[in-house]
Design a protein around this ligand. Structure first.
Ligand code: TNX
Length: 546
């Protein structure tokens, strides 16, 4: 009898726990419009996903839901082509062009009998599926079957669409190379948070990481540097350097594979080829691109801003156009990021060629020469049907006519660009530099500096400083992950998460729709998803709010 009571109590306890989990809505980012209800939709072995023949483009999206669910739950979830409108135990996924929620929006209705997901595009449906997964128990993200879970979703009505079209993360793979497997995981994590832009910082002073067939030395020479930073790392740094060579690059075949993978997750990749600064690795490979061709340029072994930059001569323009031509063949997206930041003008000041060019072109100074450089590149890029994005220094000396500006030195570059009627992407270092410390520096692995706890990241209001009219020029927001002090994927994950989840929410929810306390509560549950996905996120948010 005692045994019976014990098992009965266990049963009740488990039931209560499951109920508690089922009736919370730990969605990140939180939907634009949400109404909760009573009861749950329970999935079982008979549950079907319905996609009619005319909605065939949605099949891949339906398949992704079925696959994720099957992995964790073993539920077979067949995809069928028809079911009567009153059928029970079904998940309808439908195209509806008249929804009025844009190309990325979706409408989701969960009742005790059925789930209906509608979107104008497969991408919208994909975001609806992300929401369905987050309405299910967090164990749905498990890569292996989990027993004793009630696979159910709370009854609710959702109408959702993002605030911004650009919801991104940048990853610097120059300072430290990151393997393809990790790039794919990073893209998975973007998609999980309904982010749609991966800005891939492929070249910098410390390494050229993209194979360019016409210039093999870029990777033969430019992708390798000696690690001379031993000793700069603190006691609690997880991975110490041993002076080994740092190298690595992506072959064009690998890049094509990553681009295709990203497309399957509705993520667009913006490749970045830095110019005219942050180019030591390219100059080490092809010294004739510098203003002093006889100089022995080297792939940088230290961090910071380097004086060696491309010389605005014809060899350089031919080179950059050739490089960009290969880049365009690999990346189908509209934008290429051409850098433009931190290009000291010392080399140009000392170069008689540059001084004569300034006179010949009737320019005022080296800033105008950089503007000429970028405008010329923009003309080429536009002639290929693409557009440039540049860091906010491209405003100096006159911004190129069609350029989009990435505001990184705070928000002032973005504000200035909008005054000049240019589109902007807000990535202010004051809020969105994920290489900054997220907690007490004394207790953290060495980082670049700064102090940016998740509360501050969440607090950022991208519309601040802009009139409602001006806000139309803000394409969106992005977190930047510079990897000077991140030698491994594990360290990138630690710095990026969970702060990137706050950026995802800022990028998605309507203006004025944020609440940090509410976000932090949802985040605690969300971190369980990141556990299943084996993300090495920082646990600080749990420490301070446990
Ligand atoms: C500035 S942001 C840089 C990067 C560094 C970063 C470190 C920008 C356009 N340039 O080269 O990695 O600071 O926070």
């Amino acid at each position: 009898m005692k045994k019976l009571i014990f098992f009965f109590t266990l049963f009740i306890l488990r039931f209560t726990l499951l109920q508690a989990q089922e009736n919370t809505y730990n969605l990140i980012p939180f939907p634009a419009q949400f109404n909760g209800g009573e009861g749950t939709f329970v999935l079982n072995a008979q549950t079907k996903i319905i996609v009619t023949a005319k909605d065939a483009p949605l099949k891949v999206v339906a398949q992704s839901l079925a696959t994720t669910l099957k992995t964790a739950s073993k539920l077979p979830l067949a995809i069928a082509a028809t079911a009567p409108p009153t059928a029970k135990n079904v998940i309808y996924i439908r195209l509806n062009k008249a929804l009025g929620l844009g190309t990325e929006g979706y409408k989701l209705s969960v009742s005790t009998d059925r789930v209906t997901l509608e979107a104008a595009t497969p991408q919208g449906a994909f975001y609806g599926v992300q929401t369905i997964l987050q309405l299910l128990p967090t164990a749905v993200f498990s890569p292996v079957p989990v027993e004793n879970v009630a696979w159910s979703m709370p009854v609710c009505q959702i109408q959702d669409k993002p605030r911004f079209v650009h919801r991104g993360l940048m990853l610097d793979v120059s300072r430290h190379f990151m393997p393809v497997s990790f790039i794919k995981k990073y893209i998975d994590l973007l998609a999980l948070h309904k982010m749609n832009i991966f800005h891939w910082h492929l070249t910098d002073d410390q390494g050229w990481r993209i194979e360019i067939k016409k210039y093999p030395k870029l990777t033969q020479i430019g992708s390798k540097r000696k690690e001379t930073l031993v000793g700069q790392y603190s006691e609690n740094y997880p991975q110490k350097f041993d002076g080994k060579e740092i190298s690595g690059f992506y072959t064009q075949a690998e890049i094509k594979e990553v681009v295709k993978y990203a497309q399957s997750k509705y993520v667009t990749i913006i490749p970045e080829i830095e110019l005219p600064g942050h180019s030591s690795a390219a100059l080490a490979a092809y010294p004739e691109l510098g203003c002093e061709p006889s100089k022995k340029y080297e792939v940088a072994t230290k961090w910071g801003v380097m004086n060696d930059i491309y010389c605005p001569n014809e060899k350089t323009f031919t080179f950059l156009q050739d490089v960009l031509t290969e880049v365009f063949a690999l990346f189908p997206g509209k934008y290429v990021h051409i850098g433009g930041d931190e290009a000291p003008k010392d080399a140009w000041k000392q170069s008689s060629f540059c001084q004569e060019l300034i006179k010949k072109l009737n320019l005022k100074d080296e800033h105008e020469l950089q503007s000429y450089f970028i405008k010329r590149i923009e003309k080429f890029v536009n002639s290929k049907g693409r557009a440039i994005i540049g860091w906010d220094e491209i405003l100096e000396g006159g911004v190129a006519p069609n350029a989009t500006v990435m505001s990184w030195r705070g928000t002032k570059g973005g504000i200035e660009a909008v005054k000049q009627k240019h589109n902007v992407i807000m990535t202010p270092n004051t809020y969105y530099y994920l290489d900054y410390y997220q907690a007490n520096p004394a207790k953290e692995p060495l980082a670049i500096g700064g102090y940016l706890p998740i509360e501050k990241v969440y607090e950022y209001d991208p519309g601040a400083g802009f009139s409602p009219e001006e806000q139309k020029y803000i394409l969106g927001v992005q977190g930047n992950v510079w990897t000077e002090y991140m030698p491994s994927p594990a360290q990138v994950e630690y710095m990026t998460f969970p702060r990137a989840t706050a950026i995802a929410e800022v990028a998605w929810v309507p203006s004025g729709g944020k609440n940090f306390e509410d976000f932090a509560t949802r985040l605690k549950e969300h971190l369980k998803r990141l556990n299943y996905l084996k993300v090495n996120y920082s646990k600080r948010i749990l420490d301070v709010r446990a």
